[in-house]
Design a protein around this ligand. Structure first.
Ligand code: NAD
Length: 486
């Protein structure tokens, strides 16, 4: 049986308390292994190791040496691609066809993309006149922030964790990562890669466990942590913000969404259906950027709904290794209960269930897994909870609209502001509407087309701060102004 231990100061360690919890497969509920749950003792040790590494060999490396090591990490993840793929798909149940295109390659790329961008970014310099006529020079100087706590979710475990660890390390920080309790495997495996590449002990540490009264809370409350970067639910983000208030630690929060897609009648219909299908159903709908609200211009509405239904009916659930499968289970039974409660609520709120709405019969071998049907609704009121709350499952509500003004108001009628997708062949309209979206990321005629150099983050309750490209510098470094009098 596999055991998932903490990775502290370059070594795998068990919990002193002996406390463990089960990691189960969402595919068939079989036991994958036991995960050690960190207490304060392990979190203290991890933070102490991270702090020591800052002052030790890691802190003494040149930027070029650090970047060389991080490039090696990226290469090693690619060399061990199959190990990461296997581990990620076992934990999440997602199709290997997806993880091999998105999760693992991006997990590796995150160690390369940021180091190059950050290393080549200039800092500011200003010459200042002084009364004596000699002047002064101001130079912006960036230093690592220190020990960064990384709290990661389960939906894209390796990708979203390395998205933070890559830039954090590139900027010279050290990290303590708390992966989701649902998906401990790839983060644990990354410890091996760090050792294989010669990353000094203490630079990358991992503690396992849950949120409240467990590793997540112990880590975010720890006064040895200088800053906290978090991806997950908005309510958890609030708890982390409170923890960070003590000691005025910096936070970066990437939280939930209830993202709209706006489909104008002049769109390329094939592309709009294909893109909206992906945005609603890829990763079984468990993508923060995913679309749960679709607004379609009235002349296209009936045709669009029909095409979406036809495409959803063709989604093929199956085991990760099944090459024909493109639809995995939800992450857990607990999450399926939550999503199913919204399926029931939709009916209670008066939805027309166009397709899905329940649990599929997957046969004896898989029925114990967290499988669920892709679901499309129409006919809900704009204030229905199903239209307002993040469900994080494979479902969307489609509603007709009549004017640009109306649809902008509808799309923005949400507490969230992560992403939006606009489908139209009229580029001035695309720009006009995009500018009015209250969202951190807007795609026109695409979805999830990511350029790692660009800013990523949410407006409103979808988060605080921006990461990606040079934007991560604000969070991962301390900008000091050095003023030199001539
Ligand atoms: P979650 O908030 O339940 O958990 C995320 C992490 O926080 C886990 O590691 C968990 O153990 C930890 N945690 C929970 N409570 C904590 C506490 N009080 N203190 C410290 N840590 C705590 O989120 P999830 O269910 O894992 O992920 C799904 C959510 O993540 C969705 O809301 C989704 O929209 C969001 N998400 C956002 C982005 C983005 O970039 N904006 C990306 C992916 C997922």
């Amino acid at each position: 049986m596999q055991e998932f231990k903490h990775f502290i100061n370059g070594q795998y360690v068990a919990s002193a308390s002996g406390k463990t919890f089960a990691n189960r497969s969402p595919v068939d509920n079989s036991l994958i292994g036991m995960v050690h749950e960190a207490g304060r003792e392990e979190v203290d040790a991890a933070v102490a190791a991270a702090r020591a590494a800052l002052a030790g060999p890691w802190g003494q490396l040149t930027q070029a040496q650090r970047i060389q090591l991080l490039n090696k990490v990226a290469e090693r993840i690619n060399e061990r691609f199959d190990d990461f793929l296997e581990a990620e798909c076992r934990d999440t149940g997602k199709p290997k066809s997806m993880a091999s295109h998105i999760d693992i390659p991006r997990g590796a790329a995150n160690f390369k993309a940021f180091s190059e961008t950050l290393a080549n970014h200039p800092t500011e310099a200003f010459r200042l006149d002084t009364p004596d006529g000699l002047g002064a020079v101001n130079i912006g100087h960036r230093t690592p922030k220190g020990v960064i706590a990384v709290i990661a979710p389960w939906n894209l475990p390796l990708l979203l964790m390395t998205w933070k660890v890559g830039p954090a390390l590139a900027c010279g920080n050290t990290v303590v990562v708390k992966p989701s309790e649902e998906t401990p495997a790839t983060t644990t495996l990354l410890g091996e890669v760090m050792n294989e590449c010669g990353v000094p002990p203490g630079v990358f540490n991992v503690v396992h466990g849950f949120g409240p009264n467990s590793a997540g809370a112990f880590l975010t409350e720890h006064n040895g942590v200088n800053a906290i970067t978090f991806t997950g639910e908005t309510r958890t983000g609030e708890a982390i913000m409170k923890a960070a208030a003590v000691g005025l630690r910096n936070i970066s929060l990437e939280c939930g969404g209830k993202n709209p897609a706006i489909v104008f009648a002049d769109c390329d219909l094939e592309k709009a259906v294909e893109g909206t299908m992906r945005s609603a159903f890829v990763n079984c709908g468990q993508v923060c950027l995913g679309t749960e609200r679709v607004y379609v211009e009235r002349p296209l509405f009936a045709d669009f709904v029909r095409r979406m239904k036809e495409a959803a009916a063709k989604l093929k659930p199956g085991r990760p290794a099944d090459a024909a499968a493109n639809f995995g289970p939800l992450i857990s039974h607990e999450h399926r209960d939550k999503v199913l409660s919204y399926y029931q609520l939709a009916v209670a709120e008066g939805a027309t269930v166009e397709i899905g709405g329940g649990v599929p019969d997957m046969g004896a071998a898989l029925n114990a897994g967290a499988w669920i049907e892709p679901t499309i609704w129409t006919g809900l009121a704009d204030d229905a909870r199903v239209v307002r709350e993040e469900i994080f499952g494979p479902c969307c509500h489609i509603r007709p609209f009549d004017s640009e003004e109306e649809v902008i108001a509808l799309a923005n009628n949400t507490d969230y502001g992560l992403a939006a997708a606009i489908w139209t062949e009229n580029s001035s309209r695309a720009m006009r509407v995009a500018e009015q979206m209250e969202a951190g990321i807007v795609w026109v005629n695409s979805w999830f087309l990511r350029d790692l150099r660009t800013a990523f983050g949410g407006a409103k309750q979808s988060g605080i701060g921006r990461e990606g490209g040079v934007h991560g510098l604000e969070f991962y470094t301390e900008l000091k102004n050095i003023c030199i009098k001539m």
